[in-house]
Design a protein around this ligand. Structure first.
Ligand code: AMP
Length: 289
């Protein structure tokens, strides 16, 4: 039996949060698209540890799917999601319908920075405008809060931080580490699309990122060499179909001329029906004198 409170309307959620604020409680917010797994649970755990009240939203945002993507078949299991929320001490789950969200969505395109056009933004042209529109609406609905996002979607995390800065939203965004399967595959709701051969070979993504990070820690400074190393490692899997491999500055998302200190290594790759993304922080080893 699940006892976590569920709000299907903005009014119900805001009434709950108003009471919390009157009691001086701080609010943690974890936006999700449901089909929750241990990656989501780790964001929830961070929120419940750091904040008094934790809100989880479950909303499969139609605006962030391109027309040829998996919106219609995006996996769902509300009862298991509510159980997970209950087990992890969530106070309230916000599950609005599309109609409920509509009045809160900006009708005009938001002004977003150049990050929306590259990598994920280039492969999925409407994606980040859709993410930003719904995240902004959710932040305005929830109000002053601390929002927990996974580094799994690293470009999204940077975009959301920029959105908060540019639109002066009353939210502090906190990035949380990537949770992985035993073989290193980043947990994702979309992993259910993998058949057993694809699932087995998909571990190559993390192996390629680790190989890149290790080469950087040992002194490799060439972006090209790192990209090639990552590509070559992924290509050892016959089922992998690389979309992009990139080395970027973790704050600006610009591609540096060479690797001087910290960079993020990014991979996007298709395995059959599943589009998988992953990333890792890589650093030159600091040699102390
Ligand atoms: P989603 O439901 O896929 O939209 O994800 C909701 C939030 O969970 C986003 O902030 C994701 O980055 C985060 N998330 C998804 N998978 C993981 C993971 N394996 N580790 C950490 N965070 C994750």
């Amino acid at each position: 039996m699940t006892s976590v409170q569920v709000a299907e309307t903005v009014k119900e959620l805001q009434l709950y949060l108003e009471k919390a604020r009157i009691s001086n409680l701080t609010i943690g917010f974890v936006p999700t698209m449901g089909f929750l797994h241990e990656g989501h649970a780790s964001l929830i755990n961070t929120s419940t540890k750091q904040r008094d009240v934790t809100v989880v939203s479950i909303y499969v945002n139609p605006l962030q799917f391109d027309p040829d993507e998996d919106f219609d078949k995006y996996p769902k299991d509300i009862s298991s999601d509510l159980d997970l929320c209950n087990e992890h001490g969530v106070d309230i789950v916000f599950m609005p319908s599309e109609e409920e969200m509509k009045p809160f969505l900006s009708e005009e395109s938001l002004k977003l920075r150049g990050i929306v056009k590259i990598f994920e933004g280039e492969s999925r042209p409407v994606h980040f405008q859709g993410v930003a529109t719904v995240v902004k609406a959710l932040f305005e609905i929830v109000g002053s809060s601390y929002a927990f996002f996974g580094e799994k979607d690293f470009q999204q995390l940077v975009l959301v931080k920029q959105l908060v800065d540019d639109y002066l939203l009353p939210v502090q965004v906190i990035g949380c580490p990537i949770i992985r399967e035993n073989d290193g595959l980043a947990k994702s709701s979309r992993n259910v699309y993998l058949d057993s051969a694809e699932r087995e070979q998909s571990a190559v993504i993390y192996q390629s990122l680790k190989a890149g990070a290790e080469a950087i820690s040992k002194g490799e400074t060439s972006i090209k060499n790192i990209e090639q190393l990552i590509k070559k490692t992924v290509e050892t899997s016959p089922l992998a179909n690389i979309d992009y491999v990139a080395v970027v500055d973790p704050l600006t998302f610009e591609i540096p001329n060479s690797i001087k200190n910290e960079v993020r290594l990014l991979v996007a790759c298709n395995f059959g029906q599943a589009r998988l993304i992953d990333n890792i922080l890589a650093q030159r080893e600091v040699v102390s004198s």
